[in-house]
Design a protein. Sequence first.
Length: 163
Amino acid sequence: MNKKPVRVIFPGSFDPITNGHLDVIQRATKLFDELIIAVGRSPIKNQLFAPEERLEMIAELITAMPGVSVESFEGLTVEYAASKKADVILRGLRSLTDVQYEFQLAMTNRAVAGIETVFIMTSEQYGFTSSTLIREVASLGGNLSNLVPKNVHKRLQQRFNNK
Ligand code: ADP
């Protein structure tokens, strides 16, 4: 019997994408047939990079990943997932602190839209990596070469002008 390919969306701010996100994406490609990285255009969050820039950086990183694509979206994640006919929402987990919030989000998404969320735990080495901290450290000129991909590192340096 031919099984239908499983399509998953990985929604997030990705401001910017980090090695932690990439680790989750790479692990997910082994489990799912199609993965759409969905960059949220949230009007509320403090942004460093515009959605187009975040999308561009991600696009550069996934060129050699078959089945992986990137898009931006506005509004409710579950509505975007439905518009893409996605079967699953993917989220990454770093620590137990993530679990509480993610649990609530996943339960809400299931209650309102009946969509399942699957979690992938990041490699221990990225357990403390967050886009928020990356933005802060970059603004102070810290070296982030182990925590973000090269193209992101370059853009951060350009943004904060500390080459
Ligand atoms: P959001 O604003 O929706 O939390 P993020 O870009 O911060 O967007 O995160 C997107 C997803 O990636 C979330 O599920 C988050 O828990 C996960 N994530 C963030 N950083 C890491 C990391 N270092 N390792 C694994 N997952 C991560």
